[in-house]
Design a protein. Structure first.
Length: 313
C-alpha cells in the first residue's frame, strides 16, 4: 500500500473515487513483461484493473460531479484522470440493476461470453457445446447463452458445489475437473462428440477436449488460465495435429475487439436478465484490503461467477 497526494485538477481533468474493482485472470498477463495486446503494468504503477468510480470533481465538460464511470480504474481508491478519452464511459444506472452488474454480466464479462458464443461459435439446436471454466465469470454466462441457442451444453467446473451450480444454470451435464475420473466423465457427457468448444482453461483438460471434437468443430479460445502463473508459457497441446486432421476452426479473441458493440450487447443481456432468462452469478468481497489475496486465490480455489471488490461499504 502506498499513500500519495493527488495533484490539483487542471483543465480537462476529472477526480474519481473508486466504487468497485473487477478481479480478472487477464490481470495476471498484464503483470508479465511479455508481448501482449496491452503493454505490461509498469514497475511501481497501480495494478491495472477494470472498475467503476464516481466523479467527485470535474473540469471536463463531458463529465459532471456524481457521474458513474467505467474504465481501467486500477487498484487505487482515488485518482485524477487527465482528459479522459473514449476508454471511459458513463453508466446510465437503472434502479432495478445492481451497480456491480456493470462490471460483470453487463460489462466485459457478459460481452466476452456473448462474443465467444453468439459471434464465434454460433451453436445450433442439437449441437454439443463444451464450456470449460463453466462456474466462472465468463463461463457461467456462456453456459446460459449456449443453452438458449438450443444446444446440448456440457460444462466443466471444479468440485461438487460448483458443478451443481452449473447444472442449475441449465447445463445438461457437468464434468468435475477435480474428480479422479474426470476423463471418463468427459466421455460419458459427450457421447456424440463435441461440435463447439468455449475454452477458458488450457492444460490437460483442453488436450482431452480436443480429442472429443467432431470433424469441422469450432473453438472459441478465450483463455488459457492453467498456464498464466508458469515461468514459461506452456507449449501448444500435444494433440495439436488433431486440429488439422479434424479440420477444426479455431479463433482466439480479446474482448477489447468488440467494444464497438458493447452498448448493443449490454442492452440485449439486460433484457434477458429482466425477463428471467439470464441469471447473474457473482461473488462480492468488501474492502480495498481484500484485493491481493482475492486475486491470488482466484487462480486456485476461486469464487464462483464474477469476482468483484466492493469499496462502497
Amino acid at each position: 500500500m502506498e499513500e500519495v497526494v493527488l495533484p490539483e485538477l487542471e483543465a480537462g481533468d476529472v477526480a474519481l473515487e473508486t466504487l468497485f474493482i473487477s478481479i480478472d485472470p487477464a490481470i495476471r498477463g498484464w503483470l508479465d513483461d511479455r508481448p501482449s495486446y496491452l503493454p505490461p503494468v509498469a514497475i511501481g504503477a497501480p495494478v491495472r484493473a477494470f472498475g467503476l468510480a464516481r466523479v467527485t470533481a470535474s473540469r471536463n465538460s463531458n463529465f459532471a460531479e456524481g457521474d458513474i464511470v467505467r474504465g481501467l480504474i486500477g487498484w487505487q481508491q482515488r485518482q485524477i484522470v487527465n482528459s479522459p478519452s473514449t476508454d471511459w464511459d458513463r453508466i446510465a444506472q437503472r434502479e432495478d440493476v445492481p451497480l456491480e452488474h456493470y462490471l460483470g454480466i453487463l460489462g466485459m464479462t457478459g460481452l466476452t461470453a456473448w462474443a465467444g458464443v453468439c459471434d464465434i461459435l454460433r451453436p445450433e439446436p442439437g449441437q454439443t457445446v463444451l464450456i470449460s471454466g463453466a462456474s466462472g465469470a465468463v463461463g457461467s454466462v456462456a453456459v446460459q447463452l449456449a443453452k438458449q441457442a438450443g444446444a446440448q451444453v456440457v460444462g466443466i467446473a471444479g468440485g461438487a458445489e460448483k458443478c451443481s451450480m452449473v447444472t442449475r444454470l441449465g447445463a445438461d451435464a457437468v464434468v468435475d475437473r477435480k474428480a479422479t475420473d474426470w476423463k471418463d466423465q468427459l466421455k460419458v457427457a459427450t457421447p456424440n462428440g463435441v461440435d463447439r468448444l468455449f475454452e477458458n482453461s488450457g492444460g490437460p483438460m483442453f488436450e482431452a477436449s480436443i480429442a472429443r471434437l467432431n470433424n469441422h468443430a469450432h473453438i472459441a479460445l478465450c483463455g488459457l488460465i492453467d498456464g498464466y502463473n508458469l515461468t514459461e508459457r506452456p507449449a501448444g497441446p500435444s494433440s495439436f495435429g488433431q486440429l488439422l486432421a479434424k479440420r477444426i476452426l479455431t479463433q482466439g479473441f480479446i474482448v477489447l475487439d468488440y467494444m464497438d458493440r458493447a452498448a448493443e450487447v449490454e442492452a440485449a443481456l439486460a433484457k434477458l436478465i429482466s425477463s428471467g432468462q439470464l441469471e447473474p452469478l457473482q461473488s462480492v468481497l468488501r474492502g480495498f484490503e481484500q484485493l491481493p489475496a482475492a486475486f491470488v486465490d482466484s487462480f486456485t480455489h476461486g469464487q464462483p461467477g464474477k469476482l468483484i471488490i466492493d469499496l462502497t461499504a
